[in-house]
Ligand binder design. Structure first.
Ligand code: FES
Length: 147
């Protein structure tokens, strides 16, 4: 029969403690998920293109509040309540369905905006979401402020 003396048991436990600790490295794939939405602005009359990050649920009005480069070329004079038409933009054709139809009050304001087109929208009424990532908006060469 094999017997472990108290002394040998202590020696074994000390040896175990003296061993360097093993480190386990678990490699996991890094999930790259970004909830950021990128919106491009084209300002042809100033030969300028810009790209801005936005969050889900924001409007173009929200972007103007924190992006001075944008607010230099794109105004939201009424504060985003669809009462001025200064935020009028042309939506890239391939994104029109994703942006959705404007409400009646927005259509009325678009009708009196500067140079309205079939793809016109009020930027303050476009609620951004992931499906609009990469959308290009063109800023008309003029604007009317009805506020
Ligand atoms: S900010 Fe005035 S209509 Fe959009």
């Amino acid at each position: 029969m094999f017997r472990i003396s108290r002394f040998s048991l202590r020696a074994v436990s000390e040896m175990a403690l003296a061993q360097p600790r093993r480190q386990f490295h678990i490699s996991m794939p890094i999930l790259q998920y970004s909830d950021m939405i990128y919106v491009h602005f084209s300002v042809p009359h100033h030969k300028k293109s810009m790209k801005f990050e936005a969050k889900d649920g924001e409007t173009l009005y929200d972007l103007t509040l924190r992006e001075p480069d944008l607010s230099e070329h794109f105004e939201c004079a009424c504060g985003g309540i669809a009462a001025c038409s200064t935020c009028h933009v042309y939506v890239e054709e391939s994104f029109l369905n994703k942006v959705g139809e404007p409400e009646e009050f927005e259509k009325d304001m678009i009708d009196i905006a500067y140079a309205p087109k079939a793809n016109s929208r009020l930027g303050c009424q476009i609620q951004l979401n992931k499906s609009l990532d990469g959308m290009v908006l063109t800023v008309p060469s003029g604007s009317k402020n009805h506020f």
